[in-house]
Design a protein around this ligand. Structure first.
Ligand SMILES: *Cc1c(COP(=O)(O)O)cnc(C)c1O
Length: 445
C-alpha cells in the first residue's frame, strides 16, 4: 500500500467555480495574444500547484489528475524526495554540459538504465531532452551501426513531432498536416490490433514481416521501431506473440529492434518496461516521459556494440542529461522502488479494468477495454458496430473536465479514452475518478 502524501493541497477533488474559472479565463485570454495558436490546450485551467494526484488551479479548484501530464508524473506531483533532490542540485550547479565537463548523476542514470532495461547483456546509454530526440538518436545509431537505411514503423505509431519523428508517426492530423516534406527511408507496416484485425499475434507478425520483405527487403532494414503498447495511437496492445515474433525476425536478419517505451515504460504497465510482459529483449530502448518525474529527460539504452559503433562526438546536445533532470530521475527511480509502485500499477490496473469492464456490460458504446497495469483505455464505438465514436470520447472528456477530473482521449480515430493516473493515486481518489468517468460514459451512451 502506498502511503498517502500529507499536504495542504489535501487529497480530495473539490470544484469551487465553473471550470475554467474566472482567473483561468483571464489567463487564457492573455495566452491567445502571445502563444501560437498551433499549441493547443485540452482543458484550459491554469495551474497554481499540485501534490500527489491533485492539481490546484488559480481559482482554487482541486482537480483529480488521471493523466499524469501524459504519463510523466507517475510518482505523483511534488514528491518531497524529488523536490529535495532537484533543489539541492539547482543550488549546487544547473549546467556544465556533459560533453564539456561531466558529473556523476548522468553516469548514475545510465547505470540505472543498464540495470532496469530488459536483458543482462552489456549496454550503453546516451541521454537527451525529449522523447522525439531519443527516438531520432536511436534511428541515427541503428543506421550507423548497421550501415543500412530503412526504418520500419507501424500503423497508429506515435514517435514525436520533429522532422524525422513526424515521418515515423502515423497520424496526419494534427501531427503532420502541411509540415512536409518528410524524411525518407521510413516504411509503415501493419500493427497487430486485435480489436480490429482479428489476427493472432503470430498471424499479424507474419503479415507485417511479409510486407517488410516484399516492399523493403530484409537486408535494407536498419531497424524496426515499435511501441510495445501504442500510446497516442489508442493504447493498442498487440496480440500475444506479435512482439516476440518480430524480435526473432530482427535477430535472424541483422535488424535492430528498437522498443519505444517512452509512454509504456518506467513502471506504467506494472513492469519496468512493457516488453517485459512477453520476455522480449530489445536491442535498443527509448525512454522519456515517466523517467524523471516531470523534468525533461530522455534516454537511448542499447547493446554496447551498437551504441559504441558511433564515432566519437557523433552523439550529444547542449542540455542532454542535464544535472537537474538527472537528479530528478534518480530520485524518481528510488521512489518507485521504495514505494513498490510497479506492484501498485498492477493493482490500479486491476481496479480500473474491473470497473470499466462492468460498465461495458451496461452501455453500448464501449467496444473494448484494454491495456496493462496503470495504462488502461476504452475504445468507443457506435452501438452495435466497431465504427469509431469520436463524438462520445469528446463528450466524456468534457463531462469529466467540467467536474474537475482530467481524462485524456487518444487514438488514430480519436475514439479512445485513456487512463494514466499517477501511481500514487489513493484507492479513494481512483474510486472517485472512476465514478465520474462512469457517469460520463453513461451520459454519452
Ligand atoms: C510522447 C512520445 C514520444 C515523444 O516524446 P516527446 O518528449 O514529446 O518528444 C515518442 N514516443 C512515444 C511512444 C511517446 O508516447
Amino acid at each position: 500500500m502506498v502511503a498517502s502524501i500529507e499536504s495542504t493541497v489535501g487529497t480530495e477533488r473539490k470544484v469551487v467555480t465553473a471550470l475554467p474559472g474566472p482567473k483561468s479565463q483571464e489567463l487564457h485570454a492573455r495566452r491567445k495574444a502571445v502563444v501560437s495558436a498551433g499549441v493547443t490546450v485540452g482543458f484550459p485551467v491554469y495551474i497554481d500547484r499540485a501534490e500527489g494526484a491533485i492539481i490546484v488551479d488559480v481559482d482554487g479548484n482541486h482537480i483529480l489528475d488521471l493523466g499524469s501530464g501524459i504519463a510523466v508524473t507517475s510518482i505523483g506531483h511534488a514528491v518531497p524526495e524529488l523536490v529535495k533532490a532537484v533543489s539541492e542540485q539547482v543550488a549546487a550547479f544547473t549546467h556544465t554540459c556533459f560533453m564539456v565537463t561531466p558529473y556523476e548523476s548522468y553516469v548514475q542514470v545510465c547505470e540505472e538504465l543498464s540495470a532496469l532495461t530488459p536483458g543482462t547483456h552489456e549496454k550503453r546509454t546516451a541521454l537527451f531532452n525529449s522523447g522525439a530526440e531519443a527516438v531520432e538518436n536511436a534511428v541515427k545509431i541503428a543506421r550507423h551501426a548497421t550501415g543500412r537505411q530503412a526504418i520500419i514503423v507501424f500503423d497508429h505509431a506515435y514517435h514525436g513531432r520533429t522532422n524525422l519523428t513526424m515521418a515515423l508517426t502515423a497520424k496526419n492530423m494534427p501531427y503532420k498536416d502541411g509540415f512536409g516534406p518528410f524524411a525518407p527511408e521510413v516504411y509503415r507496416v501493419s500493427m497487430s490490433y486485435p480489436f480490429r484485425d482479428g489476427r493472432s499475434g503470430a498471424e499479424a507478425a507474419e503479415f507485417a514481416i511479409k510486407q517488410i520483405e516484399t516492399q523493403v527487403g530484409a537486408k535494407n532494414v536498419a531497424a524496426i521501431l515499435i511501441e510495445p503498447i501504442q500510446g497516442e495511437g489508442g493504447f493498442i496492445v498487440p496480440a500475444e506473440g506479435f512482439l516476440p515474433a518480430l524480435s526473432a525476425w530482427t535477430k535472424a536478419n541483422g535488424v535492430v529492434f528498437i522498443a519505444d517505451e517512452i509512454q509504456s515504460g518506467f513502471g506504467r504497465t506494472g513492469a519496468w518496461f512493457a516488453v517485459d510482459h512477453e520476455g522480449v529483449v530489445p536491442d535498443m530502448v527509448t525512454t522519456a516521459k515517466g523517467l524523471a518525474g516531470g523534468m525533461p529527460l530522455a534516454g537511448v539504452t542499447g547493446r554496447a556494440d551498437l551504441m559504441d559503433a558511433v564515432h566519437e562526438g557523433g552523439l550529444g546536445g547542449t542540455y542532454g542529461g542535464n544535472p537537474v533532470a538527472s537528479a530528478a530521475a534518480l530520485a524518481s527511480i528510488n521512489f518507485m522502488r521504495d514505494r513498490n509502485l510497479l506492484e501498485r500499477a498492477g493493482v490500479l490496473g486491476d481496479t480500473i479494468t474491473t470497473v470499466l469492464t462492468n460498465l461495458a456490460q451496461d452501455v453500448t458504446i464501449i467496444g473494448e477495454v484494454r491495456g496493462r497495469g496503470a495504462m488502461i483505455a476504452m475504445e468507443l464505438v457506435e452501438p452495435g458496430t466497431t465504427n469509431p465514436n469520436a463524438a462520445a470520447a469528446k463528450s466524456i472528456v468534457k463531462y469529466c473536465n467540467d467536474r474537475g477530473v482530467i481524462a485524456l482521449a487518444c487514438g488514430t480515430y480519436g475514439n479512445v479514452i485513456r487512463l494514466l493516473p499517477p501511481l500514487v493515486i489513493t484507492d479513494e481518489q481512483l474510486a472517485d475518478g472512476l465514478a465520474v468517468l462512469s457517469d460520463a460514459v453513461r451520459a454519452a451512451n
